[in-house]
Design a protein around this ligand. Structure first.
Ligand SMILES: *Cc1c(COP(=O)(O)O)cnc(C)c1O
Length: 403
């Protein structure tokens, strides 16, 4: 544990040292406490622990030393007072929403949400008597209108998956707070290194740690960050009693993931920017969406909120699904997958996979055309990536070989 006179380190340093507690053995790396329960010195200590007059680990569904190191480290990087880790990113979103809301409450959400987040808002919450409203997250007038009534929570993602739409965090947080709402931001695409929603007024930040935080395709995980009062008063009772806890093993993997997060995300962002420029220069590519490019429709807003453009590039092919499939199938180094944020570059056709279930009408509203391709840029040599893309665009007859 860092003492009170510890200097205020920067995020890349906190990602290595934040939250570290050592056992009596003084191990260098974080210990893996792969234990479901804990023993007490005597019955009185057990009683005092349950009364809350003594602090002692009880059961890994409530808390675990390895998981706590991950929570403290992520909270330090994010600049949040407190964090709870969960089994998956979706467990984090579901726990945050269900812990906060009750029947009769009202939720406003941006339409451009990850598929399962969209399902929670469109399908799950209404089943429990929560009124939900979707808005175009880019449209401040739409937010203003939706938030003209008392509202209990706002859920948004920025930049969004897969079209990299950006929400004006400060403006939406101001409107939401006037309506009485708690603002929850799914910050997966930006990572805690590129965008810190709490600084723009958000109340709760949510991660799928499965993505960049592990970043090497091994473990599922999630996290919710907020004030100490909200985490302990609202979220923790829900997590403790419903059980979406993160496994200590996964927390240990995520701790090591955080140590290289800054190195990986910076390298991936640099390559993503190069790949975006490469794709934009190909005549057969109709449109490239990347927040750090000046031709992104919300470039200025994106760069006010994020320090870099991120690791995901979306691009559109005029030839629809057949053209997209030809390109995906012609890629050799970049593999077809629905995952993202990995050290391996991965390519997705959202209309037939991640966003299939939301239906054609909703896809049209979100700009997820049949020719849209999402590319998660990894850690390979960027020249190998652009060569793979170039070769695939020629093989798919999107680009003529002589061009
Ligand atoms: C992957 C993802 C999730 C869900 O996370 P899991 O760890 O897969 O449960 C939520 N939101 C966004 C933006 C994601 O990319």
């Amino acid at each position: 544990m860092m003492s009170n006179d510890t200097p205020r380190y920067r995020p890349a340093t906190l990602a290595i040292h934040g939250g570290t507690t050592r056992s009596q053995h003084g191990e260098t790396a974080e210990a893996l406490f792969l234990t479901s329960g804990f023993v007490y010195d005597d019955a009185a200590q057990a009683e005092a622990t349950f009364l809350g007059t003594e602090t002692h680990y009880q059961y890994s569904r409530f808390g675990n030393p390895t998981v706590a190191m991950f929570e403290e480290r992520l909270a330090a990087i994010e600049g949040a007072e407190a964090c709870r880790a969960t089994a998956t990113g979706m467990a984090a979103v579901a726990a945050a929403m269900l812990a906060h809301l009750k029947a009769g409450d009202r939720v406003v959400a941006s339409r451009a949400l990850f598929g399962s987040c969209h399902w929670i808002v469109s399908t799950l919450l209404p089943k429990f008597g929560v009124e939900t409203v979707f808005v175009d997250g880019r449209d401040l007038a739409a937010w203003e209108q939706a938030l003209s009534k008392p509202t209990h929570a706002v859920l948004l993602e920025s930049p969004s998956n897969p079209c990299l739409e950006v929400v004006d965090l400060r403006a939406v947080c101001d409107l939401a707070h006037k309506a009485g709402a708690t603002v929850m931001v799914d910050n997966v695409f930006a990572t805690p290194l590129l965008q810190r929603p709490l600084e723009f007024g958000a109340d709760v930040v949510i991660y799928s740690a499965t993505k960049h935080i592990d970043g090497q395709g091994r473990c599922l995980g999630g996290a919710v960050l907020s004030s100490k009062a909200w985490i302990e008063g609202t979220l923790q009772p829900f997590i403790r009693n419903t059980g979406p806890a993160m496994s200590p093993f996964n927390a240990w993997v995520m701790l090591k993931g955080l140590e290289t997060l800054s190195l990986r995300v910076n390298a991936m962002c640099a390559s993503a920017a190069t790949v975006a420029d490469f794709l934009a220069a190909q005549r057969g590519v109709a449109r490239v969406l990347y927040p750090a490019r000046a031709d992104h429709p919300q470039h200025e807003l994106a760069m006010r909120q994020m320090t870099q453009g991120g690791t995901i590039v979306a691009f559109e092919l005029a030839g629809g699904k057949p053209a997209a499939f030809r390109v995906l199938d012609a890629l050799r180094l970049i593999r077809v997958s629905n995952n993202l944020g990995d050290s391996k570059s991965l390519v997705t056709h959202p209309a037939t996979t991640t966003h299939m279930r939301i239906g054609a009408a909703e896809r049209a509203l979100l700009g997820i055309t049949d020719g849209l391709v999402r590319l998660s840029v990894g850690l390979e040599d960027v020249v190998d990536l652009t060569e793979d893309l170039g070769r695939a665009l020629i093989a798919a007859e999107i680009v003529r070989a002589a061009e």
